[in-house]
Design a protein around this ligand. Structure first.
Ligand code: BGC
Length: 468
């Protein structure tokens, strides 16, 4: 006979396996944004690319991601979360093949763009799906597995770059994306659709059978009742997104999306070796230090996964942003203080590691988690799409301006600017961002609807008794 501990273990196992497969979306996202820095060194020799063409090759993916997030949001609500992810994995597979086999530059740029579309979809679909299948008590950790996969993907990309370094190696670097794409696509065929999307489509029995794999009977009835109640009061999808009661959540999502990027994270993720070289390190030492940055990113994300459901979202954001501000200030100082000339390389390495570490326990995972939690069911996909577009567009703006900004105001001025923007982010989080720890998605939605109560004004909002 199955004891309740056995069934609890099975329940947890099922939900962890599902979340891990879905988190491969994050791995693809991280891998393909990280791999280009190394691949570019060889691509530019194969095709004799001008600096302008190199920029096109790099940014084609970011432009694709903006488009992918824009259509992905609507498709998540129409097609369902699962079908969207399977399609996304297919697009990823095709894009990776196009890049790996590219006979000329237009093919390569087309491949980068196609992969970008898939990344845009993956970046929002992973957190959305995991959030909707997760029991509230462990939702933070489960959704953050996606960000853990993003950082692992970036680290993997740095290592693959190292392994395939050499003429022609770029084809393997870029083509390697087919492997996780296949695992995601095939894996998702065996995973269930999101119970919340099923209810939204009136498929109550299907939803019940999905929930029965992760909840007790009593929890299922309560959860189904809550989800249906949320669903009944809804009006037509898109018009809901524009209504005034949803606005606070849109402000929070778009605000965090922009702030996550304009505090400079991707100048480090994309340009770390360049920054290190400018402080006097040799090329090989710079690459090694970059792998170090990748490791810190993964390690501190693990810390966030372990803490996020215990200490909550706001404390992690506040501590993370305070640390980022201090580290950026240290970095800015390292480039101007007299007497540091011999040490500047080491101060820069230390500050960059601290900066990435503090990003990884706060803004990295918590942004993606919160945007999967704070929107009403009927427009959750579309709203996440809008927010994700804002994130990728800001990413493009920052990556594109970084080198010219350094040219205009120096490294010190640039990192000083990011430090100032981190202070702005700190104020934004302190005044606007709700605590969602331990609450059901339906309770969060009810607070938003009420306008003044619950998570939006009370950071110590009550927790639901859960469903684990
Ligand atoms: C951000 C990415 C960034 C990554 C770094 C993600 O949360 O959205 O832009 O490259 O974290 O770990």
């Amino acid at each position: 006979m199955e004891t309740s501990t056995d069934s609890n273990t099975n329940t947890n196992r099922f939900v962890y396996i599902t979340a891990t497969i879905a988190a491969l979306n994050g791995l693809l996202f991280g891998f393909d944004t990280g791999v280009i820095s190394g691949a570019l060194l060889y691509i530019k020799r194969t095709f004799e690319l001008s600096p302008a063409m190199q920029e096109v090759v790099v940014s084609a993916t970011l432009v694709g991601a903006i488009l992918g997030a824009a259509v992905g949001g609507r498709l998540a609500d129409r097609l369902g979360r699962r079908r969207l992810m399977i399609t996304g994995a297919g697009v990823f597979f095709v894009g990776s093949l196009l890049m790996g086999l590219a006979p000329n530059v237009p093919w390569l740029v087309a491949g980068r763009f196609v992969v970008g579309v898939a990344i845009g979809v993956a970046s929002m679909a992973g957190p959305l799906y995991i959030s909707e299948i997760a029991p509230p008590k462990i939702r933070g950790s489960l959704v953050s597995l996606n960000q853990l996969a993003v950082t692992t993907g970036i680290l993997l990309a740095y290592l693959v770059n190292y392994a395939f370094a050499g003429p022609g190696g770029w084809r393997w670097m870029l083509g390697a994306g087919v492997v996780p794409a296949m695992v995601l696509g095939v894996g998702m065929l065996f995973m269930p659709e999101s119970p919340r999307w099923l209810i939204e489509r009136g498929r109550n029995e299907d939803a019940r059978s999905v929930l029965s794999r992760t909840r007790t009977d009593e929890q299922i009835e309560r959860e189904l009742r809550d989800i249906r109640r949320t669903e009944e009061v809804e009006e037509d999808g898109l018009s809901t997104l524009l209504q005034s009661w949803v606005r606070p959540a849109l402000v929070v999502g778009v605000g965090l999306a922009v702030l996550q990027q304009i505090t400079g994270i991707n100048t480090v993720i994309y340009y770390a070796p360049t920054i290190f070289e400018s402080t006097g390190f040799e090329a090989s030492a710079s690459i090694l230090a970059t792998v170090g940055v990748g490791l810190v990113n993964v390690t501190m994300t693990i810390v966030a996964v372990l803490l996020i459901d215990r200490v909550g979202r706001r404390p992690l954001l506040l501590v993370g942003l305070t640390g980022m501000t201090l580290a950026l200030t240290g970095l800015a100082a390292a480039f101007v203080l007299p007497g540091l000339s011999g040490l500047v390389g080491w101060v820069a390495v230390g500050s960059l590691m601290l900066y990435v570490g503090f990003f990884a326990i706060g803004m990295g995972p918590v942004f993606w988690l919160l945007i999967s939690e704070i929107y009403p069911l009927q427009v959750r996909g579309s709203a996440m799409g809008v927010v994700t577009v804002a994130n990728w567009a800001s990413n493009l703006a920052v990556s594109f301006t970084f080198l010219s900004l350094v040219g205009a105001v120096g490294q010190s001025g640039t990192f000083g600017l990011y430090a100032g923007l981190s202070v702005l982010a700190l104020l934004f989080v302190y005044t606007k961002v709700p605590e969602t720890k331990g609450r059901s998605l339906e309770a969060i939605e009810a607070d938003l609807r009420d306008g003044s109560s619950g998570a939006y004004s009370d950071a110590t909002a009550e927790t639901v008794e859960d469903a684990n």
